[in-house]
Design a protein around this ligand. Structure first.
Ligand code: EPU
Length: 460
């Protein structure tokens, strides 16, 4: 069996730099046609998968609504099933029922079969420790956008009283004396580590105080799910979350918050292709920061009862953007925005401050005619809103540049979406390979492109 953990690199799940998972599916895309029409977004990938894990904590059946048909959901469903959770499709599309009453320890081979497929397995730790007293963690997947260590997760679990054993086989976590409440301060407001603490603290003995927590809308929605289950969680000022542990939790019935990453992606697609897209299910509140930048970049939007319409408002304008944790500009929004900024009249700067390797996708945009220079150690521009981080990079985008077709390989989820949008904005034909990765986070991606009038063929 292959080693599950790069022990030499500490608590890291990094694989070889630049390694790419090839999932197949090749598109021939003929660009130059604006995308127009309506698409619907369902529940957020980054909430739905966590709410599915939360179902393990309940003593009765949980029901989750608006679950998108994406491969990250398939992976978490299979992992729940190997742990004995019965998952049934509901009557309405995107509704699932999770019955955890038969939950059991899974064999390592069954868990390992999901190695590398998603980052969610790490969040099974708390629920499995409460339920079974042990958790086994496979090699984690997710997009290769940096080292993506799990040290915050492991430190938090140890603070709750868990014992973490790293062996050549993987990570085995046990709680010989049960789990107790803890005082935890995260070194950075990590989304995953905040979720780890929430999913563990709700049933730990005593109170947990989490400082420097992430407060993304998807985390607030997870708190809502847990509260429906009977958890006692209060959200204090300054990124502090208090969790009073309870002995038992019940199942929930919850409609997932919409996917604001997908909504922002389609908004940028409208901007880049000079199209007009109505995103059904998108809401303003969770997208305020995005909408400000969208408007400053020359976008026009109209917020309606059932969604938001996006298009250009004349020529595109350059912007300076810094990605950040919520309520900042999300790291997942910068890739499709950069495609649109190649068409803006002037020089834009995008500082990536969340991950250390999330601008590599711009090489392919340059291959298509863009003029983007990446500064791997960031740029000290005056008037920064976000404190400079050691791992920061910056992209300087000079526009407008005519884009032309190219042969490119999708590197990761958001980068991949951007390649497709760039190909649609470009003159001539592009070949985009490895499009399967995009299914990790975009439901019915090809069907939606088709509905918006994109001109493409699946050729492999
Ligand atoms: N970090 C550590 N140690 C840890 C955990 C995180 O150093 O133990 C660092 C990371 O390396 C990174 C920063 O903290 O530099 C932020 O990472 P975070 O934990 O917040 O990210 P995540 O939970 O792994 C989720 C989303 C990402 C999204 C980020 C930021 C899921 C499944 N993934 O990742 O989504 O970009 O939060 O909002 O929820 C995507 O959807 O394409 C995607 C990558």
């Amino acid at each position: 069996m292959k080693p599950l953990l790069n022990v030499a690199a500490g608590e890291s799940t990094a694989t070889e730099a630049g390694e790419q998972e090839v999932t197949g599916e090749v598109l021939a895309i003929r660009g130059g046609r604006p995308l127009t029409g309506r698409v619907e977004v369902k529940g957020a990938k980054n909430l739905v998968t966590k709410a599915m894990v939360a179902a393990l904590l309940g003593e009765t059946v949980s029901t989750l609504r608006d679950v998108p048909d994406i491969s990250d959901v398939h992976v978490v469903r299979s992992l729940l099933e190997v742990h004995g959770v019965r998952v049934e499709d509901g009557e309405e599309e995107g509704t699932f029922h999770f019955d955890p009453s038969g939950a059991v320890s899974a064999h390592f081979e069954e868990i390992d079969a999901h190695a590398g497929a998603s980052r969610i397995p790490i969040l099974f730790c708390g629920p499995l420790l409460h339920l079974l007293g042990e958790a086994l963690i496979p090699d984690l997947g997710g997009c290769r956008i940096g080292d993506r260590p799990i040290n915050f997760h492991m430190d938090a679990l140890r603070a709750f009283g868990a014992v973490v054993d790293k062996s050549y086989e993987g990570i085995r976590i046990t709680a010989p004396n049960g789990l107790h409440g803890a005082n935890i301060e995260l070194p950075y407001p990590s989304v995953g580590a905040t979720e780890q603490v929430l999913l563990t603290a709700v049933k730990a003995k005593g109170t947990t105080e989490l400082r420097n927590a992430a407060i993304e809308p998807e985390i607030m929605d997870l708190i809502a799910v847990l509260q429906k289950m009977g958890a006692i969680i209060s959200y204090e000022p300054n990124r502090v979350i208090l969790i009073e542990g309870v002995d038992t939790l019940r199942g929930y019935d919850h409609r997932a918050i919409f996917d604001r990453n997908e909504a922002a992606s389609w908004a940028c697609a409208a901007l880049a292709t000079d199209g007009d897209i109505f995103v059904g299910g998108a809401r303003q509140q969770e997208m305020l920061t995005f909408l400000n930048v969208f408007r400053k970049a020359g976008g026009w939007f109209d917020v309606r009862e059932d969604g938001i319409q996006f298009r250009r408002d004349g020529a595109l304008k350059p912007v300076v953007v810094e990605t950040d944790v919520h309520p900042g500009f999300m790291t997942d929004w910068q890739q499709p925005l950069i495609v649109a900024l190649t068409q803006a009249e002037g020089t834009s700067i995008v500082h990536e401050t969340v991950y250390e390797n999330r601008l590599g996708f711009t090489d392919a945009l340059n291959q298509m005619g863009a003029d983007i220079v990446v500064h791997p150690r960031g740029l000290d521009t005056p008037g920064r809103r976000v404190p400079r981080r050691a791992l920061e990079q910056a992209a300087v985008i000079n526009g407008p540049t005519a884009l032309h077709g190219a042969d490119v390989v999708v590197p990761d989820l958001r980068g991949g979406y951007s390649y497709v949008i760039a190909a649609l904005a470009a003159e001539g034909e592009s070949i985009v390979r490895n499009v399967g990765i995009i299914r990790r986070g975009y439901e019915k991606f090809l069907a939606k492109l088709d509905m918006l009038g994109a001109d493409f063929d699946v050729i492999g």
